[in-house]
Design a protein around this ligand. Structure first.
Ligand SMILES: NC(=O)c1ccc[n+]([C@@H]2O[C@H](COP(=O)([O-])OP(=O)(O)OC[C@H]3O[C@@H](n4cnc5c(N)ncnc54)[C@H](O)[C@@H]3O)[C@@H](O)[C@H]2O)c1
Length: 294
């Protein structure tokens, strides 16, 4: 962690989950922190916990999908800290719905936050990462940027795109001899609020997805942050988080597009189970609405 001492690190989506855990780990390592989120209460809690560790930290309310707001954020961070060494484009949201069931507004929202947000954070901070002489750009994709499952097409579109964008940028930095390392992160299931805050459409049960996710999210956000920062310290271009991410990565390498047969088999059983749960939930009455982040 000594590598991060006195470095200025920007983290989007720092109010919760992986973003908060990254902030706390970097604070323990003595980094200076520029944190942002749309959830101002959660962000204030992250800032307070980092400050209690004795580091220089500031929090801003920023919607990563808003280009003008991100431009203003870059100016604010530079005015406050003078330089930027690390950028973690981490903010993200989930949408659970079949391709025919998603509204165009929900698709825009997922692409706006998960993809445009990453592009805004990458492009707008890039000149300053280059100028720092020792920059590192870290974009959070997902294991769902490596292989696909049903009910996640918009999320997959955003996360596959983040991977393509980030890998292209990594090669550009290398061929241009710019002093910026670039990492694309592919977490497997991490035990955070992401599914609780997800938009679930198509009449399926939110509770069913939460239960499914709880069974799959085997890695804590703290563990995820530790793996990500170790990968960053070692300059890894691709960082896989969790045994599930490694398994799927190897499976896709081995099977190529034939992995889809395997997912089709597992997906049919899972969707049938979720549909049964939805029928039971409908019989019990409406579920509590969940506030969307952002
Ligand atoms: N949890 C997982 O299993 C998992 C797996 C793979 C990838 N990821 C990715 O990790 C990243 C972090 O997610 P998490 O699991 O910690 O979820 P989380 O819900 O705990 O945290 C996401 C944060 O992003 C913030 N956010 C949402 N919309 C925003 C916007 N428009 N502008 C700024 N901030 C916004 C939320 O308020 C929240 O604090 C996301 O990009 C997610 O897609 C998560």
């Amino acid at each position: 962690m000594e590598r991060f001492r006195d470095r200025v690190a920007v983290i989007t989506g720092a109010a919760s989950g992986i973003g908060r855990a990254l902030a706390l780990d970097l604070a323990r390592g003595g980094a200076r922190l520029a944190l942002s989120d749309v959830d101002t209460d959660g962000l204030a809690r992250t800032v307070a916990r980092c400050r209690a560790l004795g580091v220089d930290v500031e929090g801003w309310r920023v919607d990563v999908s808003d280009r003008a707001a991100m431009r203003g954020h870059v100016e604010d961070v530079l005015a406050r800290f003078g330089t930027v060494n690390l950028v973690f484009n981490n903010a993200g949201v989930a949408l659970v719905a079949g391709a025919e069931e998603q509204s165009l507004e929900d698709i825009d929202r997922v692409l706006g936050i998960n993809l445009q947000g990453v592009i805004h954070g990458s492009q707008l901070f890039l000149p300053h990462l280059i100028a720092s002489g020792d920059g590192h750009l870290v974009n959070i994709s997902s294991v769902f940027g490596l292989f696909a499952i049903p009910t996640q097409s918009a999320y997959h579109a955003s996360k596959f795109a983040v991977r393509g964008y980030t890998e292209s940028l990594a090669i550009e930095m290398a061929v241009s001899d710019h002093p910026v390392a670039v990492s694309c992160v592919h977490p497997g299931g991490i035990d955070t609020a992401i599914v609780r805050n997800a938009v679930v459409a198509g009449g399926r049960s939110r509770g069913g997805f939460e239960e499914l996710f709880a069974g799959m999210a085997r890695t804590s956000p703290e563990r995820a942050a530790a793996v990500i920062l170790r990968g960053v310290a070692r300059g890894r271009p691709r960082i896989l988080v969790g045994a599930d991410a490694w398994t799927m990565h190897l499976l896709v390498q081995l099977l190529g597009s034939r992995y889809q047969t395997l997912v089709r088999w597992a997906g049919t059983r899972t969707l049938r189970r979720l549909d049964d749960q939805a029928v039971e939930a409908a019989a019990r009455g409406p579920e509590e609405p969940v506030a969307r982040a952002g």
